[in-house]
Structures are given as C-alpha cells and as structure tokens.
Design a protein around this ligand. Structure first.
Ligand code: FAD
Length: 282
C-alpha cells in the first residue's frame, strides 16, 4: 500500500488527482476500522495529518469556517458558544479517544446516515467546501448526501472545510442509542431556531438512506411558534412538530431498531428538542 503525506492542500489535491483511488485518512477512526476488518484494501492512503489549514477554524462574516480535520474535542472545547448544535452532537461522538481523533470532514467523508455531525449541519444550513486541482466549490450540506454512505464528492476531491453560520438562536441535538456512550445512533435529531429570520432548521440522523431534513416540520414550526409574545410553547405545536418530523423520516428495520420504533423515537426527540430550544427563548 502506498502512503502519501502531503504538507499543503495544493499538494494533496494533486496527489488525489493523480491517484483518485488513494483513500484520504484524517482521524482514521472509520478508515482504520475498515482496514482492520479487511472491509477495504486501498492501493494507497492519503494522510491529511500535515495539512495545518484543515486543522484550523476561524470566524468569517457571521460564519465559522471549520477546517475539515478539526477534531471533535476542539469543537466541544472551543465552539460551544458559536455552534452550540454541532458542539452538542460532537460531545456524543464515541469516547474521548474517538473525539480526540475523529473529525467532521471524516464524518462527511463516510457519509453514514448515522453520522452525528450531519443533523446539526443540516439544521444550520451549513456548506461543505471541497477542493481539487480543478478549483474549489461549495456544496450546501443539504445537497451533499446522495445515498447510503455516498456523497457528491468526486474521486479527485477533498473536503477542506465546512462553513457553518454562527447561531442566531437556540440549537439542540439529541440522540437515541442502546446506551449512553460509544454508540451508533438508533436515531438522532437536531433543531436550530433563527430568531432574526424566524425560521427553523432540522436534521434527522439514522432514519433514512441519508441524513434528512423535515421541511414540512420546519415550515410548520416557523408559522406556529409564538415569536412575538414569546409565550410558552403550546403542547399541540410541539406534538404536531414531532409528528411531522416522524413523517419526514424514511427509516428501515435493522439490528439497531425497527422502523416503527425509530419514527416514534424521532417524534419524541423532536418534541423535546423544540421544547428545550424554545425554553431558551422565553
Ligand atoms: C469506537 C468508535 C465509536 C464511534 N462513535 C461514533 C459516534 O458516536 N458518532 C459518529 O458520528 N461516529 C462515530 N464513529 C465513527 C467515526 O469516529 C466518525 O465518523 C468520525 O467523524 C470519522 O472522522 P475521522 O477523521 O476519523 O475519519 P477517517 O476515518 O479518517 O475518514 C473517514 C472517511 O472520510 C474520508 N475522509 C476523511 N477526511 C476527508 C477529507 N478531508 N476529504 C475527503 N474525504 C475524507 C476517508 O477517506 C474515509 O472514507 C465511531 C467510530 C469508532 C471506531
């Protein structure tokens, strides 16, 4: 197996163009599992560990430009104030060891419907920045996933960053698993309220072929939340929101849970997270 270790993004995209089969490795928490289980035998690995640009984040015009290889531990420690939804999700990933290594770029690269970073990125309308020798393009995360563990990333492209709007209201994330830590989500849900535009964003994890948004639920909540009076959230609104989220899911029966259970759990997660978020408003 060849091993490439570029030190600049330019060099990395050149390698990727010349060797499209080279598998990028960031934290390695997905790649190494696949190698260890012999699920994958790449001809080459492309180590992203020396690309300092990918390991940095900065504030830019009301957005955080989060380098693809910033590990979850740093998102939790440094970005809770500006990206609360993503930081909450990052807190639930794996164990301290996994959070020290694992990255949002790797989560997107794997494109698992169960990836915990995806729901908050969907709820906040984040963009994915990808680079190749052909240049840089920006893909809305809502258009990034094309199927189970598939994305629109071309074989010569690398994810360089995600651009996430700084929060303009409360955000929440919740996940159901068979235990409290080190668990793949049975289902997960993120909600983001934007108090300036009075809009609501959602993201559903592990309940469809790709991470999904619940568009009707978003429109319903945006229309029904008592933005002016900031009254407590009416029970019928949070319940109807939960039902619309459950209806937007496209779950399957598998070893982690049945489709019916996932729908039910999602309606509960959605109802609760909207309630917690609104609690911060009133
Ligand atoms: C014990 C354990 C527990 C886990 N728990 C969770 C969990 O709770 N929640 C969760 O979501 N995940 C979990 N995971 C999965 C994994 O940790 C995450 O998916 C993590 O985000 C992967 O990031 P990474 O940097 O380690 O990716 P890597 O393993 O380095 O890469 C993953 C994939 O993305 C590609 N890739 C990586 N970076 C880029 C890039 N910049 N551009 C293009 N492609 C790229 C790789 O080629 C590979 O296909 C767990 C894994 C383990 C082993």
């Amino acid at each position: 197996m060849d091993f490439y270790q570029p030190s600049t993004v330019d060099e990395a995209v050149r390698v990727k163009a010349e060797h499209p089969d080279a598998v990028p490795i960031a934290g390695g928490t997905d790649v190494m599992v696949e190698l260890n289980f012999d699920a994958r035998r790449p001809t080459a690995l492309l180590d992203l560990g020396r690309l300092t640009e990918l390991a940095e984040w900065r504030l830019e015009d009301g957005h955080v430009r989060l380098g693809a290889a910033v590990p979850y531990t740093r998102i939790v420690a440094e970005l809770g104030d500006v990206l609360p939804g993503l930081a909450m999700a990052a807190r639930t990933v794996g164990s301290p060891q996994i959070r020290n290594r694992g990255t949002v770029g790797g989560n997107l690269g794997s494109a698992s419907p169960a990836g915990d970073a995806h729901p908050p990125l969907l709820a906040t309308t984040a963009d994915v920045e990808v680079a190749s020798v052909r240049g840089t393009r920006t893909v809305p995360v809502r258009e990034f996933f094309s199927g189970p563990k598939r994305s629109v990333l071309a074989p010569d492209e690398l994810i360089t960053a995600v651009t996430v709007p700084v929060h303009k209201g409360p955000q929440q994330f919740a996940k159901v698993g068979t235990r409290n830590a080190m668990v793949i989500a049975v289902c997960s849900f993120a909600v983001a309220l934007d108090l300036s535009t009075r809009t609501v964003g959602t993201g559903i994890g592990s309940a469809g072929p790709t991470p999904l948004r619940a568009r009707e639920a978003e429109e319903f909540a945006a229309a029904e939340l008592p933005w002016d009076t900031r009254d407590p959230l009416p029970d019928n609104v949070s319940r109807a929101f939960g039902q619309l989220v459950a209806a937007a899911a496209r779950p399957i029966d598998d070893v982690r849970g049945s489709a019916a259970y996932r729908r039910h759990a999602l309606s509960v997660l959605a109802r609760r997270t909207l309630g917690w978020a609104w609690q911060e408003v009133i």
